[in-house]
Design a binder for this molecule. Structure first.
Ligand code: B12
Length: 297
């Protein structure tokens, strides 16, 4: 459940009066529900969306659970890559959050943040590891920090609408690259989809069962690594056949999918990055939207 704030708390966070917050709720600028006693309560994601859309300053970010300098300072994509790499190398959780959340508050899209800031920062960490400049633990710790931030970002997005299209996906067995998969989920959520990650290391059979039972509109596969091309293609075929039988579109991506491998795969869309995925789902007709079936939500 989303954290709910009182108008007084939101007023304190934004540096405005409680009365102003109540007025903005009544004008529909801020989303709010009412308690049984009739008091307004504001979900935190609604407040974040308000701040983002209006560029409203944040007087006391801590009240919203944000890092101390949120909404202040630099939020340029190019400079953020180097700053994030540095923060991740030394395991600076707070600074990493500050950099990424500031970009979001400055109206950068999730796809831009993931494709243009986080992914390049990790490519840099990978190169640094390869050249013996950092230890493996620094890279792993950086993954954990980033994963937590991606989850935090997800909680800031507007809730999916009741009729939102439903997508599920993950990675196959022997692929434990968590970040690209979490980024796909985030991208689809940002596009208004009800996206449900099944995480990493899934046996193909269980993904096929999920497709069959839950009938998503889209299945995604993120592939960063595999044991062997043959084993991967075999597993992929199991999933692809389930999707084809259920008339489910498949979007694939990830560093393991070389052109040669893709020539042997059947899918609806391939993306080099998340912007491609966002473009693809944007191009799908709205009318065909469908959600998860019967007993599942
Ligand atoms: C973190 C990491 C790991 C961690 C991951 C942990 C975790 N929790 O995720 C673990 C421990 C698994 C790991 C292990 C290894 N790793 Co590693 N790892 C990395 C590292 C540093 C970051 C990976 C990452 O998350 N990148 C960020 C993501 C978001 O970027 P991305 O993969 O480019 O994804 C983008 C696109 O591909 C696309 N995308 C991805 N999925 C999808 C899905 C869809 C549907 C769409 C549309 C798009 C899309 O969008 C993304 C965003 O733009 C990379 C460096 C790098 N270049 O990426 C090395 C790297 C991939 N690893 C490498 C190596 C060598 C290894 C090991 C062999 C090390 C070892 N000796 O043990 C093992 C092998 C494991 C295996 N089975 O392959 C090498 C691979 C070299 C090569 N030629 O293949 C790299 C490149 C590092 C390097 N420079 O040498 N690693």
């Amino acid at each position: 459940m989303k954290e709910l704030l009182t108008p007084k708390q939101v007023g304190r966070a934004l540096g405005v009066s409680e009365a102003s917050v109540k007025r903005w709720c009544d004008r529909g600028l801020l989303s709010a529900s009412r308690t049984a006693g009739g008091h307004r309560r504001l979900p935190i994601n609604g407040v974040i969306q308000f701040l983002r859309q209006r560029g409203h300053p944040i007087a006391q970010p801590e009240v919203l659970g944000l890092p101390p300098l949120s909404g202040r300072g630099e939020a340029t994509v190019d400079r953020s890559v180097a700053r994030l790499s540095k923060a991740l190398k030394v395991g600076d959780d707070l600074q990493s959050r500050q950099i990424i959340l500031n970009l979001y508050l400055a109206r950068r899209t999730m796809t831009d943040i993931c494709d243009r800031v986080i992914a390049p920062a990790f490519h840099g960490l990978g190169d640094a590891w390869q050249h013996g400049e950092i230890e493996v633990y620094q890279e792993r710790r950086g993954c954990e920090i980033t994963l937590r931030i991606l989850h935090e970002l997800q909680g800031m997005l507007p809730d999916p609408l009741d009729h939102a299209s439903y997508a599920l996906g993950g990675t196959l067995e022997s692929d434990y690259y968590t970040l690209p998969n979490a980024m796909v989920e985030l991208t689809l959520r940002e596009q208004g989809w009800l996206a449900e990650s099944h995480g990493c290391g899934n046996p193909a059979d269980t993904l096929a069962a999920a497709i069959h039972e839950r009938r998503p509109r889209l299945f995604w596969l993120s592939a960063s690594t595999f044991e062997s091309p043959d084993a991967f293609l075999h597993e992929y075929r199991t999933v692809q056949e389930a999707a084809s039988a259920a008339d489910v579109a498949i979007a694939v991506g990830g560093r393991a999918l070389t052109p040669e491998l893709r020539r042997q795969m059947t899918y609806s869309a391939y993306g080099d990055n998340l912007r491609h995925l966002a473009g693809y789902v944007d191009s799908l007709p709205v009318s065909k939207a469908r959600g998860p079936t019967e007993s599942d939500v």
